[in-house]
Write a protein that binds this ligand. Structure first.
Ligand SMILES: Nc1nc2c(ncn2[C@@H]2O[C@H](COP(=O)(O)OP(=O)(O)O)[C@@H](O)[C@H]2O)c(=O)[nH]1
Ligand SMILES: [Mg+2]
Length: 292
């Protein structure tokens, strides 16, 4: 594989995955979209509404343990304003966010349930599914939601053949497998960020340019730069200087930058380099104050 900074995509796979996702979406009243809090924009599509349709959507910013709490608060506010969806911060270890996720999903589905009842149908539990890009924590969220309730309902006649549903409470049923939003290239920067957080397969890129791109991105933020300088005891965030500092050399004094790249990516993914959010928040026009 070349050492260029390039993420390889498979358009055929993407189209197929999107089709499968759309089929599953037909089964539910409400969608729980999980994003990686480290990349609140890049871990979704810019035109996600086109993919998910007009279904009511709840946004979870997962892996919140890996980012700065205060910075994340401003992202929650931003996403609420720009998507008009409820936004909840979650992490795999916390449990107190669960009740809120369940309540929000039920509330979001209520208009649909009311509409069914207005047509003369009996009230039924809302149906939800978890969607998101690879590795954002979809399975962890499903496990948390279903742990308290082991009531498998099984396949519903006329609703689905293979899908399993779990009753979370009398008002909510959850599809027990997630819908996968395939990662794809809206732009190269987004693609590389998805590689940082393991949302794209390691076969799709070479580690050195991707790790260096991470170091470059972190270098642009003075606070993040300081964290990483401190962690590796280096001035400049390059694979060479980190390899030297760690004494990762191959024979004949050449630096083992491949090993270094893999360590840098792992250190970032495990949260050892610091708590970073790698997307830039676009400026929002404040219509309310300008109208004053
Ligand atoms: N630090 C951290 N790791 C998480 C969190 N949620 C999931 N993970 C880890 O992220 C990886 C992917 O999680 P998984 O639920 O399988 O993601 P999925 O591919 O979207 O289903 C696993 O190694 C999880 O242990 C979280 O909130 N914080
Ligand atoms: Mg999974």
């Amino acid at each position: 594989m070349s050492k260029d900074l390039h993420i390889h995509w498979y358009p055929g796979h993407i189209a197929k995955a999107e089709r499968q996702l759309k089929e599953k979406l037909n089964l539910v009243d409400v969608v729980i979209e999980v994003r990686d809090a480290r990349i609140p924009l890049s871990s979704s599509y810019t035109n996600i509404k086109k993919l998910l349709g007009e279904k009511p959507r709840l946004l979870l910013l997962n892996k919140a343990d890996l980012v700065d709490k205060d910075l994340l608060k401003s992202w929650v506010k931003y996403l609420k304003e720009t998507t008009s969806c409820p936004v909840i911060v979650t992490d795999a270890k916390g449990a107190k966010d669960l009740a809120l996720v369940v309540k929000s999903a039920v509330d979001l589905a209520e208009p649909k349930i009311q509409a069914l009842m207005a047509k003369g149908l009996l009230r039924r539990p809302a149906r939800a599914m978890v969607v998101g890009m690879p590795n954002v924590g979809k399975s962890s969220v499903i496990n948390k939601l279903t742990k308290s309730s082991k009531t498998k309902i099984g396949a519903k006649a006329g609703v689905t053949r293979q899908q399993q549903w779990v009753r979370i409470n009398p008002k909510l049923e959850l599809l027990d497998t997630p819908g996968i939003i395939p990662t794809k290239q809206d732009d190269q920067l987004q693609a590389v960020k998805l590689a940082f957080v393991s949302s794209v397969s390691e076969n799709a890129y070479s580690p050195e340019p991707v790790a260096q791109a991470l170091l470059d991105l972190l270098s642009n933020n003075p606070q993040y730069l300081a964290h990483v300088q401190e962690y590796y005891k280096v001035e400049e965030l390059t694979l060479d200087s980190i390899a030297k500092s760690r004494n990762w050399v191959l024979k004949a004094d050449s630096l083992d930058t491949e090993r270094t790249a893999k360590y840098v990516l792992k250190d970032f993914r495990d949260g050892r380099l610091g708590k970073f959010i790698l997307d830039e928040m676009p400026l929002v026009e404040d219509n309310e104050t300008s109208a004053d």
